[in-house]
Design a protein around this ligand. Structure first.
Ligand code: CP
Ligand code: NVA
Length: 297
């Protein structure tokens, strides 16, 4: 059966554990020898493109990065026809899309695995990298630890909440009214046995948190809402006084790109609690882990 990963819970918890283990192998078997992986981008990327290309290369395969406007998804030809074509040459297709529904349409017709490289709904590879980062920091264990998410209940938050639920990490979430996680995600967290509390303020969220996580206030595709979002999120900045209220030794995570002076201050993201560079580095391990799991003989 062709397995697609549109969000992290397309993996069973035991499969996610296996991906996390495979991600640790710095000399992985060349499971993609002689095969291609198409990497399609409708939005900009630094980390996802580079980590995905390098992961495919390190697994013995050949990555082909394609800009959305080169193939013209739903303008030059339909998303379905693009995917049917790419599947003739490639062992898997990674896609970063404006609309999650496009990924669902791709999955419906694809004969090869489709991996979400970020949509407006989810960002599974980022969540896996975040787990890798926290697990390494916490000495190899995730279960029972506590994290805070402060800011937008967006694509990155959604996948992170699911990933935490799947690994026994407790989440406290502080989001402005109207910017929380949707009911479907909250129900999925419960169904996975996760512990997630929605709390009124960032200070409530960080109390006892061993990691404080955030993301931009304006995601790609939301530029028209910039002004109102900056107003709505003004009280949700992660700054040094907020970090001081977290558990002693708490670390800071951000998927990047970051906007210093908006969702996080320079003092925090460039300070000693910040794990953002190992976190960015772990995007490579995350993609290697996913592809190794997918193509293990
Ligand atoms: N974190 C992340 O996905 O970064 P890019 O948008 O640069 O790929
Ligand atoms: N939430 C951000 C994440 C970027 C990696 C966005 O979608 O733009």
């Amino acid at each position: 059966m062709t397995r697609h990963i549109l969000d992290v819970d397309d993996l069973a918890p035991a499969e996610l554990a296996r991906v996390l283990d495979l991600a640790r192998d710095e000399n992985p078997p060349r499971v993609l020898a002689g095969r291609g992986v198409a990497l399609l981008f409708q939005k900009p990327s630094a980390r996802t493109r580079n980590s995905s290309e390098m992961a495919v290369f390190q697994l013995g395969g050949h990555p082909v990065t394609i800009r959305g406007d080169e193939v013209g998804i739903d303008s030059r030809e339909s998303a379905e026809d693009v995917v049917r074509t790419l599947a003739q040459y490639h062992a898997a297709i990674g896609a970063r899309v404006l609309d999650h529904g496009v990924l669902e349409r791709m999955v419906a017709v694809s004969s090869v695995p489709v991996v979400n490289l970020l949509s407006d709904r989810s960002h599974p590879l980022q969540a896996i990298a975040d787990l890798i980062t926290l697990r390494a920091h916490w000495g190899g264990h995730l279960e029972g630890h506590r994290v805070a998410w402060v800011g937008d209940g967006n694509n990155v938050a959604r996948s992170f909440a699911l990933a935490c639920a799947m690994t026994g990490v407790e989440v406290a979430l502080a989001t402005p009214p109207g910017h929380g996680l949707d009911e479907v995600t909250l129900d999925a967290v419960v169904a996975l046995g996760g512990t997630l509390s929605e709390v009124p303020s960032p200070t409530d969220a960080v109390a006892g948190a061993e990691a404080v996580c955030t993301d931009v206030w304006v995601s790609m595709g939301q530029e028209a809402e910039s002004l109102e979002r900056r107003d709505a999120f003004a009280a949700y900045q992660v700054d040094a006084p907020l970090m001081a209220r977290a558990a002693p030794g708490a670390v800071f995570l951000h998927c990047l790109p970051a906007h210093r002076g908006e969702e996080v201050t320079a003092e925090v993201i460039d300070g000693p609690a910040s794990l953002v560079w190992p976190q960015a580095g772990n995007r490579l391990r995350a993609m290697r882990g996913v592809l190794s799991w997918m193509f293990w003989a």
